[in-house]
Design a protein around this ligand. Structure first.
Ligand SMILES: [NH3+]CCCOc1cc(-c2cn[nH]c2)ccc1C(=O)Nc1ccccc1
Length: 315
């Protein structure tokens, strides 16, 4: 009997066209039937994933521990015999990479708005004990309000002893990778992310890269930028350039922290499922990243967008 990998997915989502692809995954636009909200579904085939499977598991575990307005939200994970589906927050504006190319380069004020959002996202991710390790414009998507959302936590690391611990895996994209990482030395994930943000800022303001891949290796052989002299995320939050035109340092705390239970969303869910608020609260609080998690988080997103906190009744 042909196993239908899409059977479970199609119970909850209407699938539309492919909107993106990267390496071992394709991303399709979809609509969550109960809330009517658009989502992006990252589809991976387990067989072709091969030794990229741990990377996907890492990304799923990381995204379950991250809830921030500048990090792409994970709503639901469905694993079947042959596929893994990650249901993610929809970002209709596409990649920051294409946005920069289309505008040639950004003016300082616009670059500052975006860069403050990147610093906010990275400060939050670091505060949760993760280093992203692949920060680049291709991994920053633009949502419908022109805000950035960080994606692709497949190369992130959560060192056991905390972010101060050294990492060894050389990964990420050469053009954005810190010297110590390229040199194969033990490095600190958060310091490597800071280097990548430097290259990112250069790309925002100039529209091209300070070091492209081939001469990046030559460069590192010659100069070794001491990571201990590099700016820290803490000092970046209120750096002079980032403060220009703003009164306050970059806010990095999450607007809707993990585990937050919204009363209105619970009420709508309990009415819809004819369950008590308490049992609905208990079910949502299990955070199984199943249909319940997806419906709750998408209701919460509707509320944040000022839309009615309502589920579709089958007409
Ligand atoms: N460079 C990004 C290509 C599109 O990829 C995505 C789009 C969305 C998206 C689009 N709209 N809303 C969210 C969400 C996630 C991804 C993603 O994780 N892609 C990916 C990363 C690493 C390896 C393979 C694929």
């Amino acid at each position: 009997m042909a196993v239908d990998d899409y059977e479970e997915l199609l119970k909850y989502y209407d699938l539309y066209e492919t909107i993106g692809a990267g390496g071992f995954a394709k991303v399709k636009l979809a609509r969550h039937i109960l809330t009517g909200e658009k989502v992006a579904i990252k589809i991976m085939d387990k067989a072709t994933l091969g030794d990229d499977l741990p990377r996907v598991k890492m990304e799923i575990e990381a995204m379950k521990n991250l809830s921030h307005h500048h990090v792409c939200h994970l709503y639901h994970v469905i694993e079947t015999a042959n596929k893994i589906f990650m249901i993610l927050e929809y970002c209709p504006g596409g990649e920051l990479f294409d946005y920069i190319i289309a505008k040639d380069r950004l003016m300082e004020d616009e670059a500052r708005v975006f860069f403050r959002q990147i610093v906010s996202a990275v400060a939050y991710v670091h505060s949760r004990g993760y280093a992203h390790r692949d920060l680049k414009p291709e991994n920053l998507l633009i949502d419908e309000d022109q805000n950035l959302k960080l994606i692709d936590f497949g190369l992130c690391a959560k060192p056991k002893g905390g972010l101060e611990y050294h990492l060894m895996t050389c990964c990420g994209s050469p053009a954005y990778a810190a010297p110590e990482l390229i040199q194969g030395k033990a490095y600190i994930g958060s310091e490597a992310d800071i280097w990548s943000m430097g290259v990112l800022m250069y790309a925002l303001l100039c529209g091209y890269l300070p070091f492209d891949d081939d001469n990046v290796m030559l460069l590192y052989r010659k100069i070794m930028v001491d990571p201990k002299k590099r700016i820290t995320i803490k000092h970046l939050l209120n750096h002079q350039w980032l403060l220009q035109g703003y009164k306050c340092p970059v806010e990095w705390q999450s607007k809707y922290p993990l585990g937050y239970i919204d009363e209105d969303c619970i009420t709508e869910l309990s009415v819809f499922h004819k369950q008590s608020k308490q049992s609905m609260t208990n079910l949502v609080s299990e955070w199984n990243y199943d249909q319940t998690t997806a419906t709750y988080l998408l209701l919460q997103s509707k509320k944040a967008q000022g839309k009615p906190v309502r589920l579709m009744r089958s007409s």
